[in-house]
Design a protein around this ligand. Structure first.
Ligand code: NFS
Length: 679
């Protein structure tokens, strides 16, 4: 351990207020490790949240810093509402314009993050299709055949008057080239839009929000929100819609699909979750970030005999991989690699003293990880050309798909060689939970439809008959401004108690796993009678974990399948389904929220949205926008309030569909039927 570095970190920590571990998290492992960090004098995000409060103007979304005449700050004052709103910046920009610009820039940032992730995956896929990189294969040709028509790529060809299947390699190359073009094609609209239900496509067309090329929509936002361009908040929101759709029905959806093609579609798999998955007698490698192209290779490398033998040669019993954030979800859903924790637990994982290497790529990586790693033996390894760290203790091993396995082995070997350098300060909280994760469009169909009736009919039927009241997507981050995991878990328990089937992704999914929400047995403990009956009959958890944040697109596609299977709903906005991000913090969440709203689904965020300083703009997002696409934004301050609002929305949709009475229907058993027959 670098004593000098530790002294410096400890000194800073001593001068600051410390978080109360129990108030900071509902998870015991997290509480134990916050306390441990404080004993060691190492500050974590939980302590920093005690010492820095959010800016009162920024939180309202009304600070404009797009030019050097500002920053112009337009906080909402108590007297606002008494007369005309005369607030304006030096150029005359109103609170509505400023808040809309700031919101739009969040959509642009979120869209670019998911879509750049998608681009990386598409580039790797192109190199696979061109046979330039040999460490990846097409693992799921069926997924490739399924998406080919979306790019207008034929899967069959006419030969001598006969229809024959095209070679998979040929299809792959054409799909890869067309997919890459989606980021920068000069004309037309995104190919994947046609996957949406027809009425929704019609709405997008009518309102002129069909995204063109993905990059273009992000650039468009940056242009129109620069000084002196778009000064109509409704027009700015229109572009938010266009860009966010380029994320949800574009970059993020392609990321999910092409990952499935190369790494295989996930199927439900049992695993464990929380810091207790780390093992004292194993080499622990934690993989953190978002893009699974490298982590897939690390999984393969760490399972190789060469690496396992090497681990044994240094005195370890084996290699334990663990995930953090969405890379963690990716390798969980495809390989059962257990997540070590959510976004807020990343520093704590190093503070166990048992993390021999933490490998990071892009997004949601704390800069403070390097300071924490300095206090331990942990090798902190950055791997992405766009995400380096300035601290001298960080190692950069740039990942390249052309020698992916070689890079992965180098990293794994480095972790193994570091095992012997562990200090005496190892403390792994013995807390972990069992979970089933890895659900997707096909597995929902399979589990709810059965082998002989693989269809969304059964799900539809159970919603119509009221056993399942509706669907609630609970997704997104953790946020140190709220008690870690509390909002997620209280909300989820309330929803399933009220027969709402929950779909989850991202850190919300990890949180659900940590708190025992992801097992079939959960149904018997927490669910209302209808949902319990369905879950117990088919053997699924009442909370289905569908992967990482780009995999929110799986939720869109699952809902679209419900429409295809027939039912009273014709569009996504008709379905009794709602979306929530209770502990959101990332700009990516805003992009997701906007595409979910623009796809017709009511979406509610926890805490606040940075728009409160502009009431008119806020009203537009919370109410007016519903007239265009059928979905709208909302917020709730407490999980119970959020659950009540979500359930009210579900019930409203049920009423509109005329299926609200179905919930009162009494299910007849044999005795009841006999009574009827006797009458
Ligand atoms: Ni989503 Fe994933 Fe977690 Fe939030 Fe970050 S990991 S992409 S942004 S914090 S859910």
């Amino acid at each position: 351990m670098a004593e000098e570095a530790k002294e410096k970190v400890v000194k800073v920590a001593k001068e600051k207020k410390l978080a109360d571990p129990v108030a900071a998290s509902i998870d015991l492992a997290t509480q134990i490790m916050i306390k441990r960090a404080q004993e060691l004098g190492i500050d974590t995000v939980f302590d920093r949240a005690e010492n820095m409060k959010p800016c009162n103007i920024g939180i309202q979304g009304t600070c404009c810093k797009v030019c050097a005449m500002g920053p112009c700050r337009l906080p909402l004052t108590k007297s606002a509402g008494d007369g005309p709103d005369e607030r304006k910046g030096l150029c005359g920009a109103t609170a509505n314009t400023i808040a809309a610009r700031n919101f739009a820039r969040m959509v642009a940032a979120g869209t670019s993050a998911h879509s750049d992730h998608g681009r990386t995956v598409a580039e790797v896929f192109l190199s696979v299709a061109r046979k330039e990189s040999h460490d990846y294969k097409i693992k799921d040709p069926l997924r490739l055949l399924q998406i080919a028509p979306c790019f207008d790529v034929a899967t069959t060809v006419e030969v001598d008057g006969q229809t024959v299947d095209r070679e998979i390699d040929e299809i792959a190359l054409e799909v890869a080239e067309k997919a890459i073009a989606e980021w920068g094609k000069p004309e037309g609209t995104l190919s994947y839009l046609k996957r949406a239900p027809q009425p929704l496509q019609d709405k997008w067309k009518k309102h002129g929000v069909e995204p063109r090329a993905i990059d273009r929509e992000v650039v468009d936002i940056m242009h129109r929100t620069t000084m002196g361009v778009d000064q109509d908040y409704k027009n700015i929101v229109k572009q938010c819609t266009r860009a966010s759709l380029a994320d949800g029905w574009g970059g993020a959806m392609m990321a999910t699909d092409l990952q499935d093609v190369m790494f295989g579609r996930p199927t439900p798999i049992q695993s464990e979750v929380n810091l207790g998955i780390m093992k004292q007698d194993h080499v622990n490698i934690l993989i953190h970030g978002h893009e699974p192209v490298l982590s897939e290779m690390i999984v393969a490398a760490s399972q190789s005999k060469e690496m396992i033998d090497h681990a044994k040669s240094v005195g370890a019993k084996g290699i334990q991989l663990g995930g953090i954030c969405c890379t963690g979800n990716e390798i969980l859903q495809r390989h059962g690699v257990p997540p070590a924790g959510t976004f807020l637990q990343q520093e704590l994982a190093i503070i166990t003293g048992a993390c021999d290497a933490m490998v990071v790529d892009v997004q949601c990586v704390f800069q403070n990880l390097a300071n924490v790693a300095k206090c331990f033996h942990t090798k902190l390894i950055t791997t992405h050309p766009m995400a380096k760290m300035e601290q001298e203790n960080v190692i950069h091993i740039e990942f390249d798909e052309h020698h992916a396995m070689e890079d992965a082995k180098r990293i794994v070997r480095m972790a193994i060689d570091n095992f012997k350098n562990r200090g005496a300060e190892v403390m792994i909280p013995k807390i972990k939970s069992t979970q089933i994760a890895g659900f997707g469009v096909e597995s929902i169909e399979y589990h709810l439809g059965g082998t002989f009736r693989g269809s969304y009919y059964t799900l539809n039927d159970n919603i119509i008959n009221g056993r399942i009241r509706g669907l609630g997507a609970v997704v997104g981050c953790n946020n140190a401004r709220t008690q870690h995991n509390n909002f997620h878990i209280t909300l989820v328990k309330e929803l399933i108690k009220n027969d709402v089937l929950v779909l989850t992704t991202g850190c919300a999914g990890i949180a659900c796993g940590m708190h025992g929400m992801l097992t079939p047995e959960t149904a018997g403990v927490y669910c209302g009678p209808g949902l319990k009956e369905v879950c117990e009959t088919v053997g699924i958890p009442p909370v289905l974990h569908l992967g990482s944040c780009v995999d929110n697109t799986r939720i869109l596609l699952a809902a679209t399948e419900m429409i295809k299977a027939g039912g009273p709903w014709k569009d996504l906005c008709d379905i009794p389904a709602v979306g929530a991000a209770p502990e959101w913090m990332s700009e990516k969440a805003i992009a997701i929220g906007q595409y979910v709203v623009s796809s017709g689904i009511y979406t509610i965020f926890g805490g606040y949205l940075p728009i409160d300083g502009a009431p008119e703009f806020r009203n537009y997002l919370f109410n007016e926008i519903e007239k265009l696409y059928g979905g709208r934004w909302d917020v709730a301050e407490t999980p119970i309030e959020m659950a009540q609002k979500m359930i009210a929305q579900i019930d409203k949709k049920r009423k509109e569909l005329g299926i609200d009475k179905a919930r009162d229907r009494v299910l007849m058993d044999m005795a009841d039927r006999q009574k009827l027959e006797a009458m």
